[in-house]
Ligand binder design. Structure first.
Ligand code: PMP
Length: 400
């Protein structure tokens, strides 16, 4: 027998860390069916407008529309670009054709941004906790990550300033300013302004990743970083239809300085040529019919009720052991144990009890949150939320 030859992997292969969140999709697919799923950040299955999408599909991508199955323009099909520009008019994310690039989900927007701005060893600021796949993407380009703590008002900009002063100015600041994944926190207006000031001072790119902004169910709307930047090329915004229509569509967009558009197109051409055209046509039809606003208005109320159900259930079952956040929108609550509970170990027991969540350390490259966890309240009915939290309580009783 000969030894297996060593594969000539690139150095960056070691920096591909994978995603605990995404892996939980395949893990859960193998579990018993009645598991209560607080793990993935998916919209409610019954909230996916399948009937409307199917009807629109007949027109937009039906038998009479073979051109919907061709390659699309890399910057996005004109049907979707036009419908989206109209949809965004008058909102905090309003934009113009030369700033808009359609992408294959929000993830591709993040990948394009980090690819264009991060060389090996560059400093990238991420929030702590942060969205796993975002920090993993920065790392895949061999950025050096600096975790800056988040509190109820978003990333702590004073700490950011102190921490950066002790190292060097970052190349990129990656933030999820609104209903942050995983904490649910939203950055205050004051901090938004200060973050932009610091970015200008340091010459850093701000990646403004905001998939949940449309899903506000309490409090007052804040201007996006995109709006506050007022055309400053240092802000690149990543958006997606995944949370407001459906994640399986895999369609999103990037809003960036016009001078970046050709670079984004060149980079995207080297990745996937164009975004799935049938899905672009489907979404264009959905927007043109005025369904997005109506759909989102209904979903906001559904998610508000589910957040309350989650908080009520946590108070009843685990009120003596945990604290949780109080988001004004989005999908997530961040739950922290008062004492040392290893939530990675708890995860195994919880799965056996029939409930799934994501352990806190998944949201921190430095694993700073061993005793926290993220729950998604959006995908589960209030009755099932109560059942899931009761199961979580049983799991906690078994590990402490
Ligand atoms: N950013 C954040 C903060 C997210 O929560 C998600 C989805 N979980 C994404 C980006 C990726 O979006 P998409 O599924 O459209 O790729």
């Amino acid at each position: 027998m000969t030894d297996t030859p060593t594969l000539p992997l690139a150095g960056r292969a070691a920096d591909l860390v994978g995603s605990v969140i995404d892996s939980s999709t395949s893990l859960l697919a193998k579990q018993r069916h009645d598991i209560v799923r607080f793990a993935m950040g998916s919209p409610a299955p019954e909230a996916i407008p399948t009937h409307l999408l199917a009807q629109i599909g007949v027109h937009e991508i039906g038998a009479e529309s073979p051109d919907a199955f061709d390659y699309a323009a890399t910057e996005g099909d004109p049907t979707l670009r036009d419908a989206l520009l109209t949809e965004l008019e008058g909102t905090t994310d309003a934009t113009t054709p030369e700033r808009l690039t359609i992408t294959s989900g929000g993830m591709q927007g993040l990948d394009l941004a980090f690819k264009l701005f991060v060389d090996p060893g560059d400093l990238v600021v991420v929030e702590s906790p942060t969205y796993t796949n975002g920090s993993a993407t920065a790392r895949s380009y061999q950025g050096e990550l600096l975790e800056v703590p988040v509190d109820a008002e978003g990333v702590q900009v004073d700490r950011l300033e102190e921490m950066v002063a002790a190292v060097r100015p970052p190349k990129v600041i990656y933030t999820i300013p609104t209903f942050q994944n995983p904490s649910g926190a939203s950055m205050s207006l004051e901090r938004r302004h200060r973050l932009l000031e610091l970015a200008r001072q340091w010459g850093s790119l701000v990646i403004d990743d905001d998939p949940y902004g449309m899903l506000r169910f309490a409090g007052e709307q804040l201007p996006s970083l995109h709006e506050l930047a007022d055309g400053d090329p240092l802000v690149l915004s990543v958006r997606t239809f995944s949370k407001v229509i459906a994640p399986g569509l895999r369609v999103g967009w990037v809003d960036a300085a016009p001078e970046l558009q050709q670079l984004l197109i060149n980079a995207k051409q080297a990745m996937d040529t164009c975004t799935n055209l049938p899905m672009q046509r489907l979404i264009a039809g959905f927007l043109r019919a005025g369904y997005l606003r109506k759909h989102v208005a209904v979903q906001r109320e559904v998610y508000r009720q589910r957040k309350v159900a989650m908080q009520t259930a946590l108070a009843e079952q685990l009120g003596d052991r945990v604290r949780w956040t109080d988001p004004e929108g989005g999908f997530f609550l961040w739950v922290t144990f008062e004492d040392d509970v290893d939530t990675e170990a708890l995860f195994e027991v919880a799965l056996a009890e029939g409930v799934a969540f994501i352990p806190g350390n998944a949201f921190s490259p430095g694993k700073h949150f061993p005793n926290a966890l993220r729950v998604c309240f959006a995908a589960t009915s209030p009755a099932r939320i109560h059942e899931g939290v009761a199961r979580l309580r049983r799991a906690v009783d078994r590990v402490v």
